[in-house]
Structure formats: structure tokens, C-alpha cells
Design a protein around this ligand. Structure first.
Ligand SMILES: Cc1ncc(COP(=O)(O)O)c(C=O)c1O
Length: 400
């Protein structure tokens, strides 16, 4: 396999490989084929004909760009339709889309919270949420990952000193693959009269009986959460992000969120893809069932080979390796065998907690999973046991 090493001083660099087709199994790559095992395509919707057709039709009718920001000339009927559909799917009154999930989080936090408030955030929240907190200049503290007791302790310590407190969590954590303990968090939110915001980038469309998200997974009332955000580039095979909540909140954000007012509206093709994908998710419920089966099969296979899988986890499977060097080396060795898997290293995760992040998809066939498990099996003597340390490699780019 010819791999692009980007002038790195060793052959472990597997980032930025230029793929030549739709992310998935057996796609063209440098004259050979590669199977992507780390795409966020949990329900296998990239390349779905109905979604592609909706995007193509949107380009024909609306063109390739909106030519403006939402507040001015950038809003079209496709945006309103997708927002109605997102709100209906989430069970909220309204929703608003932005041009990325990152911008959604930054926009929402900076528009709603400031110096006089306090945010209590899970220690593993995504960088986009942290950047929102920094830009908003809102004081914030971390509670230990998924530790409701620690959160309660912080609430008892600080509740009386702040008029407004926001609890900030993710539905499914992007690097660890576990879900937030939502029922306990809602209880604390009510008891201490706080706001609760959940980033559902990795749970929207894929968690719960109908894929509605982490609230459906736990069977709680969606309106017990003050607001939801999510990227539209994970289960939904598009681009963009959304915030969902009350009509009042959305009206406020339409006029107060900088990334909506000062950044162009989502392109027609992306917006139409979101609406179509929401229909497909509801029409093709077998995808959620198939995903569950694939998760069980794939994780069992990896564990049987002696790999350490972080638990609890679901459609995101963190294959724990420890050192950054091991993560780079296993990713590189898998790419040589035709499988693209992302190494996740510091600062995306804590030092010493490097991993490969595998994403299971409803589209994975048994054949594909068996082929990739066979590749992992060949490498397991070097990588399945944490006590085997690799020689230190210089992983920084060569000075030019
Ligand atoms: C939890 C979480 N939030 C937000 C984002 C940003 O989404 P987008 O890629 O649409 O900007 C991501 C993307 O990786 C994410 O994992």
C-alpha cells in the first residue's frame, strides 16, 4: 500500500490521506483500495441514493450557495424545512442550523453565557465547547468525567454564588464512546435550578430506539434538557450543526448568535441532505438494529484478539494503546494492510491514553469485519499487550 507520509521523519504518519471515493469499504486509494474504519458514518448513510438525490435536486433548484447570512438574504425554504424536521425529531419546539457543529457550540455559548455565570463541564467535552467557553469569558470548572457525585459537590459549593449555572455535557463522548448519565444529571439540574446543554454530535440519529438521541436512550423527557446542539456531519451525512430548544431560545439565537449573523448560511445541498437523512433514519429502522449487531460482533472479535477496548462504549470503539507511538504505529500498520483507522493522541486525549478510534457502521458487512479482524490478528502480538513498548520515534514534522 502506497501511503502518503507528508515529509514526516518516519513512516507512522497516517493523517490527511487523500481518499478517492465515498468513505466506507473498499474505496479507491492510491491505485489500490482501502476500507475506512474510523468514519463517523454510524448508520451507513454516506452515499444513500435518496440523500444524494435530494442534494442534487437542491442544487438544481437553489444553486450551490445561498449568497448570504441567515439574517439577511441567506435563508431559504430548505433551511426552514430542515429546522422543522430536526425539532420534530428531537421533540423540541424549534431548531436553528449553523454552518458547522463547531460554530454552533461557539455561537450558542457566547450568545447565552458570560462573565457573571458559571459553567460546570464534564472534563472530556469537545474542543468546540471549550473554545465557546473561552470566547464567552465565562468562568468554568470541570467535573470528573461522567461523575454525577462530583458535579453535585461542585453545585453545592458554587450554586449560591452565581445567578445562572450551566451544566455542559455530551450525549456520547467523541473520544471515549460512553454516554453521559443523563437521568442523574437532570435530577441535579432540577434540584439546583440550572441550565443543561448537551452536545449530541455523536448521539443524534443513532442513540435510542428511534435514534432520537441520548434522551430517548434513557427514556427521559426531551424538554428536561434546556438545549441540544449537534454536528450534522456524523450520523447525518452532511455538513453543519444545529441547536434545538424552545421557540424563545431559537428566536433569541437567530438575532444574537454571531456565527449565524456573521457567517454564511448552510449551502442548499447540505441542508437538503439533512432533511432527507432524517426521513431515511425513520424509514429504515433496520439500520439501528444492524448497528447494534455489528457493534457486538466487532468488539467481541477485537477483545478475543487480546486488544483492550475502553468500556462502556458503543458505536465509537476506543482501542486503547497507551503511548502515542503505539497508536501511530498500529494505525500505520493497519493502513499498510488496507484499513484506515484514526490514531487519537494527546492533546485530544490525556497523555498516556492514546488509542485508535474505530467507528462501527450499520453498513459494515460480516466480510469486512472479518477481514479487518484478520488484519488486527496479525498485528496483535505487537499491539494487544500494553507492556510491549515500542522504541521512541520522532513524530514531529521534519524542519523544512
Ligand atoms: C462532540 C463534537 N462536537 C462538535 C463537533 C464539531 O462538529 P463539526 O465537525 O460539524 O464542526 C465535533 C466534531 O468532531 C464533535 O465530535
Amino acid at each position: 500500500m502506497r501511503v502518503l507520509h507528508w515529509g514526516m521523519s518516519n513512516n507512522y504518519y497516517t493523517y490527511q490521506q487523500a481518499l478517492e471515493g465515498k468513505a466506507g469499504a473498499h474505496m479507491p486509494f492510491n491505485g489500490e483500495t482501502v476500507s475506512v474504519l474510523s468514519a463517523y458514518d454510524y448508520l451507513g448513510l454516506i452515499g444513500h441514493p435518496k440523500i444524494e438525490e435530494a442534494s442534487i435536486e437542491a442544487i438544481r433548484q437553489y444553486g450551490t450557495s445561498t449568497g448570504g447570512v441567515r439574517l439577511l438574504t441567506g435563508t431559504n425554504e430548505l433551511h426552514l424545512e430542515s429546522e422543522r424536521k430536526i425539532a420534530a425529531f428531537k421533540g423540541t419546539e424549534a431548531a436553528l442550523t449553523f454552518s458547522s457543529g463547531y460554530l454552533t457550540n461557539v455561537a450558542v455559548i457566547t450568545a447565552l453565557f458570560g462573565k457573571d455565570d458559571l459553567v460546570l463541564a464534564d472534563q472530556f467535552i469537545h474542543r468546540s465547547l471549550t473554545d465557546g467557553l473561552l470566547l464567552a469569558q465565562v468562568p468554568f470548572k470541570h467535573f470528573k468525567h461522567n461523575d454525577a457525585e462530583h458535579l453535585e459537590h461542585l453545585l453545592q459549593q458554587h450554586r449560591d454564588s452565581f445567578r445562572r449555572i450551566l451544566i455542559l455535557v455530551e450525549g456520547t463522548y467523541s473520544m471515549d464512546g460512553d454516554n453521559c448519565p443523563l437521568p442523574e444529571i437532570i435530577e441535579l439540574k432540577k434540584k439546583h435550578e440550572c441550565f443543561l446543554m448537551i452536545d449530541e454530535s455523536h448521539s443524534f440519529g443513532v442513540l435510542g430506539k428511534n435514534g432520537r438521541g441520548v434522551d430517548e436512550y434513557y427514556g427521559v423527557n426531551p424538554n428536561d434538557v434546556s438545549l441540544y446542539t449537534a454536528s450534522l456531519s456524523k450520523t447525518i451525512p452532511s455538513n453543519g450543526g444545529f441547536v434545538a430548544g424552545s421557540k424563545e431560545l431559537i428566536y433569541y439565537l437567530q438575532h444574537g448568535a454571531n456565527s449565524s449573523i456573521f457567517s454564511a448560511a448552510l449551502a442548499p445541498a447540505a441542508t437538503a441532505a439533512t432533511s432527507a437523512a432524517l426521513e431515511v433514519i425513520q424509514d429504515e429502522r433496520w439500520r439501528l438494529n444492524q448497528l447494534e449487531k455489528n457493534i457486538a460482533y466487532f468488539k467481541t472479535g477485537l477483545k478475543n484478539l487480546g486488544y483492550t477496548i475502553r468500556e462502556p462504549s458503543g458505536h465509537i470503539v476506543p482501542l486503547m494503546l497507551g503511548s502515542d507511538e503505539k497508536a501511530y504505529a498500529l494505525s500505520s500498520a493497519m493502513l499498510e494492510k488496507g484499513f484506515l483507522v484514526s490514531p487519537i493522541v494527546h492533546p485530544a486525549v490525556s497523555k498516556g491514553k492514546a488509542r485508535l478510534r474505530l467507528c462501527v457502521s450499520a453498513n459494515y458487512t460480516k466480510e469486512l469485519m472479518d477481514q479487518s479482524l484478520a488484519a488486527f490478528a496479525k498485528l496483535s502480538p505487537r499491539f494487544s499487550n500494553d507492556s510491549v513498548e515500542l522504541p521512541k520515534q520522532n513524530i514531529r514534522p521534519k524542519a523544512s
